[in-house]
Design a protein around this ligand. Structure first.
Ligand code: 5AD
Ligand code: SF4
Length: 490
């Protein structure tokens, strides 16, 4: 169903009856009730209530925030950039410690807004909330928080908000609803996209890999795939609504479909997505090197719609560390995979994630990582300083690496990655490539900004009418991480 059809379903719900048991009708019921409440508030205040959704972390969280905004929009909230809003939500990330610290800092700042506006509602959700210690700390030290929910029950957002604002008896209590895991996937809820012409699409949730440093499997639960029919229906709806590019999202898209009643491979799913008329570009992330199949590589060579971009997290180049990290591939396996991918798609951009300072990392281990970086010549890479996550096997490993050693390695790696990326980008200067125009340039309103198939950013002279279109652009100058270009008449 598209947004309009869901809106109709919400309007058709009879709110004089008790709430239905079945989802998503149950949520339609609460959205409908909250709409009525919003109309009263509008009369009282002479304006709509405002909301501000702050997102931390990855593409999964960004997509979850679009789901929350979809529901808020349907209730009648108006979006506000500032946290001085009637409803403030932090959709949190906990993959590294500093993501947690940022949230506590921001929560402290909210206190002043709540003093000014006692009716303000504060909500916390996302990965951090799946950790018991975090919820305990918030209960103790951040009494200004009204509602806490987790990664598994975002679909219940309207119901939780209704408990807070409609049920007076509960109005002072902190509402906490965090589930440990779920197999439930609720379809047909409204989603508010950030971009009109491109969208993320969840194809699966959770992760079964348990890399020894990573908290994701503990906070996002076991891997579960959406039914291909639901994914295709969603993408068809998006395309009918103007979307030309989709990013298929999962922690490990290469194992998509394994747990379905009628299992299908990720490549088969891609074939079905590619067949959707009107859809022009397909991206996906993230791929785990251990599960990337020859079938997929061959398909990447044939496909007309798959973008020439592959995010392939390395984490470390040392076989010894890869084993302790529980990654199930060696440096050699990884390099072989890169070779195969480049053979199939010669001009593909390969990007990666690398962790520096994993417990016990020696100079030799680090040298192996640098060696892979030299050999692969990444187009870009996210580099992370290892962060100890309580509950993961790596957190209790001896030989945590001193900060100064890690910092030195990190700086060295980052410099090398940047130099390689910037040299590589120079090679494409002079080429004309297709660019999907995404927005007006922030600095100069006579320019627009878009992305190439390889996911490089290009700025070039143009106006708003180009937004959402794919146009040929000559890459005139490389600025390291982006290009300055010129549109070419097709
Ligand atoms: N410390 C540092 N980086 C981490 N990542 C995951 N867990 C940790 C951790 N504990 C990185 C990995 C992953 C990316 C999303 O975050 O590189 O691919
Ligand atoms: Fe974390 Fe590994 Fe799963 Fe990626 S594959 S989310 S790094 S456990």
């Amino acid at each position: 169903m598209n947004y309009k059809e869901i809106e109709q379903a919400v309007s058709d719900i009879d709110i004089t009856l008790p709430p239905p048991e079945k989802e998503p009708e149950r949520q339609y019921y609460f959205i409908s009730k909250l709409r009525e409440w919003m109309n009263q508030k509008k009369k009282e205040k002479g304006r709509s209530l405002t909301c501000c959704v702050n997102t931390f972390g990855c593409q999964m969280n960004a997509r979850d925030s679009e789901k929350i905004l979809g529901i808020l929009n349907m209730i009648g909230y108006e979006e506000n950039e500032s946290e001085d809003a009637d409803l403030v939500i932090f959709n949190t990330c906990t993959v590294r410690e500093n993501a947690n610290l940022k949230v506590y800092g921001r929560l402290g700042q909210l206190k002043k807004y709540k003093k000014k506006n006692p009716e303000m509602v504060t909500m916390l959700c996302g990965c951090m909330m799946q950790e018991k210690e975090v919820v305990e700390k918030i209960k103790k030290s951040y009494r200004n928080v009204d509602i806490i929910f987790g990664t598994h029950n975002i679909f219940k957002f309207a119901e939780l908000l209704a408990m807070k604002v409609l049920d007076r008896a509960d109005s002072k209590k902190m509402i906490i609803d965090v589930w440990e895991d779920t197999t439930e996937i609720v379809e047909e809820l409204p989603i508010e996209r950030k971009y009109r012409f491109k969208s993320g699409v969840n194809i699966m949730f959770g992760c079964n890999n348990f890399c020894s440093y990573c908290i994701v499997p503990y906070v996002r639960g076991r891997e579960r795939s959406r039914e291909p029919e639901d994914i295709i229906a969603e993408i068809k709806c998006l395309v009918a609504d103007g979307v030309v590019e989709v990013m298929l999202l999962g922690q490990n898209v290469n194992s998509y479909g394994k747990n379905l009643k009628n299992p299908i491979s990720f490549t088969e799913l891609l074939r079905r997505v590619e067949a959707i008329e009107g859809l022009e570009r397909i991206r996906f992330m993230t791929s785990h090197p251990k599960d990337l199949s020859d079938e997929l590589i061959a398909y990447m060579g044939e496909s007309k719609k798959l973008c020439k971009q592959m995010h392939l997290p390395l984490q470390s180049g040392s076989d010894r560390l890869l084993k302790i990290m529980n990654r199930h591939y060696t440096k050699e396996d990884y390099l072989l995979l890169v070779d195969k991918i480049r053979k199939a798609v010669p001009d593909i951009a390969i990007t990666t994630d690398i962790i520096v300072g994993f417990p016990g990392e020696t100079e030799e281990d680090f040298a192996e990582t640098l060696d892979v970086v030299e050999k692969v010549q990444y187009d870009s890479a996210f580099t992370f300083i290892y962060s100890k996550r309580t509950g993961t096997p790596a957190a209790s490993m001896e030989e945590q690496i001193p900060e100064e050693v890690v910092k030195e390695r990190f700086d060295k790696l980052l410099k090398r990655i940047q130099d390689i990326a910037s040299d590589k980008a120079k090679k494409d200067v002079g080429k004309t490539v297709d660019v999907l125009v995404e927005e007006k340039n922030e600095q100069d309103e006579n320019f627009v900004t878009g992305r190439t198939s390889q996911n490089y950013v290009v700025h070039f002279p143009g106006d708003e009418s180009l937004i959402g279109k794919i146009v040929p652009v000559k890459l005139c100058e490389s600025k390291g991480f982006y290009y300055m270009g010129e549109m070419v008449n097709a």
